[in-house]
Design a protein around this ligand. Sequence first.
Ligand SMILES: [Zn+2]
Length: 365
Amino acid sequence: MLNYTDYFSATYMAARSKFRQAVSGVNGKIAHYVHPDALGALGEVLTIDVAHVGNPQGSKQLVMISGTHGLEGFAGSALQVGWLYYLAKASLASDVGVLLIHGLNPYGFSHGSRTNAGGVDLNRNFIDHSDPPRSNGHYEELHPYFSPSRWDAVSRSECEAATTAFRTKHGEDAYFDAFACGQYLFPDGVCYGGTEATWENLRLQEILTSFIGHAEKVAVIDWHTGIGVHGRPFHLVFSERDSEARKQTSNWWGDQNVNGALPNNRVQPNYKGLVFRGVEKFLPNSTVAGGVVELGTRGPIAADQAIRQDLWLRSYGQHLSEDTRSQLHTDLLDSLNPVSYLWRELVLKNGLPIIKATTDGLTNW
Ligand SMILES: [Zn+2]
């Protein structure tokens, strides 16, 4: 039986230590990339930690990322650590390597935020910033209600009424798309993709190019939390219909999971600037399959609320009382990294077989 506390951690520092410890038990190359100007919540140096195991020269490589959305990294970190302990007693096919990237957004991981030190949603940052999207669709009309200038009961009621009216008029799918697809105009808004490639973006390019630039076939698992049923995986795949990458991914993760399921019963937003798009761009000689795997927490409304809480804390946190700030932050943390052992055991039980299915799938690709 898995003892979840061996894999999950209470802080970014502990998670990084567990990752480094687990890497030391297997043969592999390691590297650390130090954040140039931000420190962690405990004053610690922030790093992206990388381990490359299996055959580093293999033509098939799995890239497994935790912490793209900062605090969501606790689950991804636990799965990376759990898989490394599994690997210490198992082996990979001779032409397969696995590149583990721990804490891609270490600032958010340490500070308990989805975004980086500049308030950028890293999973919307991988666009061509010389030619950003011209339209932000419905986002502009909703922005004042996602990011109100005050945070009190009256303001919250007004925002709730406005967003409910939008949902009634345009439907739940349009609301989800406006909320989540990514926007490039409002730095104080949700899912803000920034104006240039962030430090994390540039490091990912450096890591992929130097470690697996030679690979022909690449699988991606970018671990996230918040979408789906409590403790259950939800697969978000972005490859074209009928593409080789999508066909492979369906084989590994299940056709219904990849092509038939809707995220929190809503149509998948037209996401812009995903890490997955970055991987495709940085590895121009590879066929890139896989995508995001989410672990569900509280369902749709609570996940949206968590993203807004994150924003409010960033925008008005200094104006809130210590007690209010603490309550909001604790709720945000529990929304995307539930404390309960029930959830954490489900993450390990449901997540580890997905990694095995992916490496097996790569072997047979
Ligand atoms: Zn996420």
